[in-house]
Design a protein around this ligand. Structure first.
Ligand code: GDP
Ligand code: MG
Length: 291
C-alpha cells in the first residue's frame, strides 16, 4: 500500500505495436485529445507528454511510436530511437497487446517494472483470454496482467490504480494546476514562449507572456490558434516585430511547426502583440495566466 499524503510522481511509457490502442487509452486517462487517434498505423511519430494530476500523484505519460521491427526509412529509425528514449526514461512501462498477440520481447530489454495490458477485450470472449494470460506469464515476469477495453472503459479504472501502485515517491515534476484543465493550451503557449526565448536577447523574453486566446478545432480544416504576446512597452513590441515583421514571422513559423508536431495535426497560428503596462503586477491578469 502507498502511504497516505506522500506524493508520488513518475514517467510511464505506454508501448506496443501500432494500432493496439495506446493513444485511445492515453486520451481516456487525460480526458483531452492529446495525441492523434486514428485507424491508420504509425500516426504517432513523436513522443508526446500527457500529464495526469491528482491530489497525491502526478503521472507523466510518454506516448510512443510503435516499435518498427524492420526499419526501412530514416523516419523509422528516428521513431525507434524515440521509443528507446521513452523506455529509458520510464519509471514504469505499460506494454499493450491485443488478444491473440504475443508480447514483443524487444520492448522488455530495459528491465523496468512492466504491466502487461491486453486491450480490446470487447472483441473476444472472456474464456479465450485465459490461455493467453497463461502463456504470457511464462515469457516474462510482468508485475501485473490487466485485460481492458479502452473504448468501452472496461478495466481502465483498475489499471489506473495499478499504475499508481508502481509510481515512485517524488514531488511533482511539473506544475500541477494548469495542466489538468488545458494541457494542449499550456504546451502551445510554452512552445511559443520557448521560441521567443530563442529568438530574442535578454530583455524581451522576460517582459513577455503568452496567452492563448482562441483554440478551435475545425472540421476538415487546420486548427485555429490565436495567441497574444503581451509586452510591457511599445518599444518592446517594435523589437518583437522586427524589420518588416520578419522576426515575428520567424517566431510564428518555428512555433507553428513544433505545435503541429506536438498536436500531430495541422495548425493555423496567428500571433498578436499587445502592450500592457506592468502586466507583471496586474493581479487579475496573472491569475488569468495561471500564476
Ligand atoms: P495506437 O496506434 O496504439 O495509438 O492505437 P490507437 O489508439 O490510435 O487505436 C487504433 C484503433 O483501435 C482505433 O481505431 C481505435 O478506435 C481502436 N481501439 C482502441 N481501443 C480499442 C478497444 O478497446 N476496443 C476496440 N474494439 N477498438 C479499440
Ligand atoms: Mg498512437
Amino acid at each position: 500500500m502507498k502511504e497516505k499524503n506522500v506524493f508520488h510522481c513518475g514517467y510511464v511509457s505506454i508501448v506496443g505495436k501500432p494500432n493496439v490502442g495506446k493513444s485511445t487509452l492515453l486520451n481516456l486517462f487525460l480526458g483531452e485529445k492529446l495525441s492523434a487517434v486514428t485507424p491508420k498505423p504509425q500516426t504517432t511519430r513523436h513522443k508526446i507528454l500527457g500529464i495526469l494530476n491528482d491530489k497525491n500523484y502526478q503521472i507523466i505519460f510518454l506516448d510512443t511510436p510503435g516499435l518498427i521491427l524492420e526499419p526501412k526509412y530514416k523516419l523509422h529509425e528516428l521513431m525507434n530511437k524515440t521509443l528507446h528514449l521513452a523506455l529509458q526514461d520510464a519509471d514504469l512501462v505499460i506494454l499493450m497487446i491485443e488478444p491473440q498477440e504475443q508480447p514483443e520481447l524487444k520492448f522488455l530489454d530495459y528491465k523496468k517494472d512492466t504491466i502487461l495490458v491486453i486491450n480490446k477485450i470487447d472483441l473476444v470472449s472472456k474464456d479465450s483470454l485465459l490461455p493467453l494470460i497463461d502463456s504470457v506469464q511464462k515469457v516474462y515476469d510482468f508485475k501485473e496482467i490487466m485485460p481492458i477495453s479502452a473504448i468501452k472503459k472496461d478495466g481502465t479504472g483498475e489499471l489506473l490504480e495499478c499504475i499508481m501502485k508502481y509510481l515512485p515517491k517524488n514531488p511533482p515534476y511539473y506544475p500541477t494546476d494548469i495542466l489538468t484543465d488545458q494541457p494542449e493550451k499550456f504546451f502551445v503557449s510554452e512552445i511559443i514562449r520557448e521560441k521567443i526565448f530563442e529568438e530574442y536577447g535578454q530583455e524581451i523574453p522576460y517582459s513577455t507572456t503568452v496567452v492563448i486566446e482562441e483554440f478551435k478545432e475545425r472540421e476538415g480544416k487546420k486548427d485555429y490558434i490565436r495567441a497574444v504576446i503581451y509586452v510591457e512597452r511599445i518599444s518592446q513590441k517594435i523589437i518583437l516585430i522586427g524589420k518588416k515583421g520578419e522576426k515575428l514571422k520567424r517566431v510564428g513559423e518555428r512555433a507553428r511547426k513544433e505545435i503541429e508536431v506536438f498536436l500531430n495535426r495541422g495548425v493555423f497560428l496567428e500571433l498578436w502583440i499587445k502592450p500592457k503596462k506592468k502586466w507583471k503586477d496586474n493581479l487579475g491578469m496573472l491569475k488569468e495566466l495561471g500564476y
